[in-house]
Design a protein around this ligand. Sequence first.
Ligand SMILES: NC(=O)c1ccc[n+]([C@@H]2O[C@H](COP(=O)([O-])OP(=O)(O)OC[C@H]3O[C@@H](n4cnc5c(N)ncnc54)[C@H](O)[C@@H]3O)[C@@H](O)[C@H]2O)c1
Length: 377
Amino acid sequence: MVIGVPKEIKNNENRVALTPAGVAELRKHGHTVYVQVNAGVGSGFEDGEYIAAGAQMLPTIEDVYGIAEMIMKVKEPIAQEYNLIKENQLLFTYFHFASSEELTHAMIERKAICLAYETVEKTDRSLPLLVPMSEVAGRMAIQEGAKYLEKPQKGRGILLGGVPGVKPAKVLVLGGGIVGTQAARMAAGLGAHVTLMDISLPRLRYLADVMPANVDTMMSNDYNIREEVQQADLIVGAVLIPGAKAPHLVTRDMLKLMRPGTVLVDVAVDQGGCIETCRPTTHEDPTYVIDDVVHYCVANMPGAVPYTSTVALTNATLPYALQLANKGWQQACRDNAELRLGLNVVGGKIVYKGVADAFGLPLTTVDDVMTEEAVAN
Ligand SMILES: NC(=O)c1ccc[n+]([C@@H]2O[C@H](COP(=O)([O-])OP(=O)(O)OC[C@H]3O[C@@H](n4cnc5c(N)ncnc54)[C@H](O)[C@@H]3O)[C@@H](O)[C@H]2O)c1
């Protein structure tokens, strides 16, 4: 298959969909890979490394879209890219269709095959192409939290791990899923005293088993949260209720109970945030202060560490990309139910219920679009 990797043009996006290692793997299976000049620079990969791995470099984004059967990207196409997309071209990337009706209509009109990273789903309902970014954000939450606890950053002026003779900081993590687990482990590794809350008792049992000794687990409820926020130096919001807005676990009145300089990192900001006073911020201006409490609410945290994020993402996407390249999308989706759930828009038809429901548009089944394709060919 002919695969194309354009340079991401969305504002501040430095990730790239394929590393030189990924190129080498696709080449090994007999595929041709075209990479746009400078596509990997933001993530620390030079053109020379892609060439050495067997890629052919193309100067413009038009060249890449013009030649490729499968486009591998990171972010959804933006308006400038719509007209470059060809009928029946396979696009493998994050789309988040339900948050953009314009994008949905554009992809229907282009009659592309849109396979979305975020809806590829395993039988245990986990989302293997979202997990790596949660892992990055969870770990980063502690790195950022530690930084903003410093006095010049308006924090309490406390070192997470303390020093001999001085107590460590207290970290409260709300939500013990991927983000919360990674955050708790990071904070514990730095020597902080961590309290990890979740509403799932089986999950808390598991976490109590696997977490280091300086992590306590606790049932998440209003009473316990109200108690704990009074002692915490750093609070990380990491809850998720699939398909719903995050619940406001830390309410505005609780800020008054916190000590001045407490830092809140609301990783769940992309789902509305689990801290009532959270509003989305950017890497350029990541924090603001309310009631002497520092709020860090960056909606795309992994964007600040593009090298780590790119490698983590491509480690997860490459096995799926190989299946698509080796078999073509129809056969790959027939053979692999995880991949099939990634299909969102195919040949002008919506095939993912969440997207059709979001905009009240008609839903077609994957079987129907595959039959139509087979007849057409
Ligand atoms: N800001 C960013 O850059 C960024 C990056 C990645 C993920 N995220 C977001 O981080 C959030 C967490 O993602 P995840 O991958 O860890 O999800 P996850 O599904 O793995 O974990 C969520 C956890 O929250 C728990 N939970 C639900 N309601 C709760 C409550 N009331 N109290 C305590 N815990 C509760 C669930 O039981 C689950 O264990 C999501 O909103 C995700 O979109 C943000």
